[in-house]
Design a protein around this ligand. Structure first.
Ligand SMILES: Cc1cc2nc3c(=O)[nH]c(=O)nc-3n(C[C@H](O)[C@H](O)[C@H](O)COP(=O)(O)OP(=O)(O)OC[C@H]3O[C@@H](n4cnc5c(N)ncnc54)[C@H](O)[C@@H]3O)c2cc1C
Length: 582
């Protein structure tokens, strides 16, 4: 079929309009109109414009039964002398910022969020064009109880915001030799599957998962759920014991290799560290817990795409009388000596506040918002020396319906696992035969594409921008290699079926969301010297009343972890301000 003609048909197809409405109804979302920005080059994110602001009549914990229209985007701080609430300004409406803002609002703060882009969610972004709705960032929601908690903490039920479906399998792994393995099911299913290609290892799996469980409990209770704002926090006896137990000098790959012999299985239980931007050959073994989390708590998908989570958090924040101001690029933090008093945006407006919470990538925030003379610890030289995680080359495709036996999430591995990781994370060059994560969400949720079409999301782990890859030259070559590989492994005829395509490179991660070095997943790697107390704290060490949240702060990257960082920061703010009042 003629490609252009098809796109024209999609735009005018009333059937698709209907399915989009159906999707929004099922998400219980407020009515929205999305308008793409025209004339954006192929390598630039198409942001969406929120034309109608949601309203809610649900009772907020800070205001009984009133109607919260919540938003105004005139770029000015509302002046209300009768409002005696303490004021917080949050820079950035990513998931970390939304979480902090929601927790502060429910504690009785008046919260203004300033976001440089035109929607909330940060890296949890979406392309909504030509009838396709394509998640651009996270595709796998883990630790659902952490996500649910933010709603229950506010007296809400997540089911009223976004129904979640457990993906079975969570994902399937495909190796070049044809071996397939389904992950995230039950232990019995995993053992049965492994017995078919690595019988000697099948019976070792329960012990491996038990050890991963121990690592999870240690990480969750001694590190993830705790703030590390002072050396004293690191010196807690339980933390020190947890540190010893976590074998900090052992890598994830070494840990798994001690327990499992088959090289394919070693890969299956270690590649997950790439979610953290780090090679399993160097990532500390405390992070060898992800396969356990996937099996025990599941990998979840919200109807309408993972963007439903950002939309639900935005709605919850509105119900708590919070305000998000879009197109607001924060340029500096207003200081009185070493105390933050608010922020200044690019349009010259000052936003005064009792506390400032930054959801910007921490190295970017220090470099952009604070002059060198007030930065005792986070000097430019120190920021340059830190270790930044890998990035992703992203392909977002809308395609004519494609027959495949692939699962919703696929991990397509290559030969030379170690060499590929070395290329990406150490040599910082593009691997010849790239591994990839492919997500075809339309296998679960037809509402994401016009009838007879699918969405294909491809994430190719690659070096961050410190690798100095010329994406204009090398990008098209990589694209062709990736499509060849997809066609050969599970999506035959893909190239001819593409009707919509958008590419997003590490440069775009830097430009669009302000990720330092384009490190897309967790910013700073979670190496031993960049974790817990050694990772940027939620409370600034340099500036009073300044707090940080998000992937490059403790406890690190990934949706549930970033949401936790927002809660920990709000708790720290409550503690600090209470202590000052005494
Ligand atoms: C491709 C990809 C796939 C991923 N897949 C998964 C997954 O499947 N599961 C999972 O759990 N995690 C996944 N992650 C990780 C997860 O998305 C991130 O850890 C998380 O979204 C980071 O949130 P954040 O709040 O730290 O930062 P961000 O999302 O980057 O938010 C920061 C916000 O600040 C704004 N901002 C920056 N500078 C300014 C300024 N000067 N003024 C105003 N606003 C500003 C930005 O526009 C942005 O909205 C994935 C990440 C990527 C990139």
């Amino acid at each position: 079929m003629n490609r252009n003609r098809l796109i024209g048909v999609i735009e005018n197809d009333t059937k698709f309009d209907h399915s989009q409405e159906a999707r929004e109804r099922s998400m219980n979302a407020p009515e929205r109109v999305y308008s793409p920005i025209n004339g954006v080059s192929a390598n630039t994110v198409r942001t969406v414009t929120l034309d109608k602001r949601p309203t809610s009549q649900q009772e907020g914990s800070t205001g009984a039964g009133s109607q919260h229209t919540a938003r105004h985007t005139d770029g000015k701080q509302a002046k209300d002398s009768a409002d005696s609430r303490p004021r917080a300004v949050v820079i950035g409406a990513g998931l970390g910022g939304l979480s902090a803002a929601i927790h502060l609002a429910r504690q009785g703060w008046k919260v203004d969020m300033l976001e440089r882009n035109t929607r909330s969610g940060g890296r949890m972004n979406v392309i909504q064009e030509q009838g396709f709705s394509i998640d651009m960032g996270p595709t796998m929601l883990m630790m659902p109880e952490v996500i649910e908690k933010i709603f229950t903490d506010c007296g809400r039920d997540i089911k009223d915001y976004m129904p979640l479906t457990r993906l079975t399998p969570a994902y399937r792994i495909a190796w070049p030799d044809g071996t397939l393995l389904e992950m995230g099911g039950t232990m019995e299913e995993l053992i049965a599957s492994v017995r078919t290609f690595a019988p000697d290892d099948a019976d070792r799996l329960p012990a491996l998962y038990e050890r991963m469980r121990t690592k999870y409990l240690n990480a969750r209770h001694n590190f993830i759920e705790r703030s590390f704002n002072s050396v004293r926090d690191m010196m807690r006896p339980s933390t020190l014991q947890g540190l010893v137990k976590s074998f900090p000098m052992e890598s994830v790959y070494q840990f798994v290799s001690k327990n499992i012999r088959d090289e394919r299985l070693r890969q299956a239980f270690t590649f997950q560290t790439l979610y953290l931007g780090m090679s399993p050959y160097t990532c500390p073994s405390i992070y060898a817990l992800l396969p356990y989390i996937e099996m025990e708590f599941g990998v979840w998908y919200p109807q309408g795409g993972t963007i439903a989570l950002a939309d639900s958090l935005e709605r919850l924040f509105g119900e708590l009388d919070g305000t998000i101001h879009y197109n607001q690029d924060v340029e500096r933090i207003l200081l009185d000596g070493r105390t933050a008093r608010g922020v200044r945006t690019a349009d010259g407006n000052d936003w005064h506040a009792d506390v400032v919470v930054s959801n910007m990538d921490v190295p970017m925030a220090y470099k952009k918002l604070l002059p060198p003379e007030v930065r005792r610890k986070h000097t430019d030289a120190r920021i340059e020396k830190c270790d930044y995680g890998c990035s992703g080359y992203m392909m977002y495709l809308g395609v004519e319906h494609i027959e495949t036996n692939w699962a919703h999430n696929m991990i397509v591995l290559s030969d030379n696992y170690e060499q590929i990781l070395d290329d990406i994370c150490v040599k910082q060059i593009l691997p010849r035969d790239p591994a990839m994560h492919v997500c075809i969400p339309t296998l679960t949720d037809k509402s994401l594409a016009p009838e007879g079409h699918d969405v294909v999301y491809v994430l190719v782990p690659c070096p961050n921008t410190l690798g100095k890859i010329d994406w204009k030259r090398q990008g098209p070559l990589l694209r062709d290699r990736v499509i060849d590989k997809l066609e050969a492994t599970g999506l035959p005829g893909l190239r001819e079926k593409i009707v919509f395509e958008r590419i997003f490179t590490p440069d775009d991660f830097e430009k669009t969301y302000g990720c330092f070095a384009g490190a897309a997943f967790s910013g700073l790697t979670p190496s031993f010297m960049q974790s817990a107390y050694f990772r940027p704290h939620s409370r600034s060490e340099d500036i009073r009343n300044l707090y940080f949240v998000g992937a490059s702060t403790h406890p690190g990257g990934g949706v549930p972890i970033v949401l936790t960082s927002g809660r920990l920061a709000a708790e720290e703010i409550a503690l600090t301000t209470r202590a000052r009042r005494k």
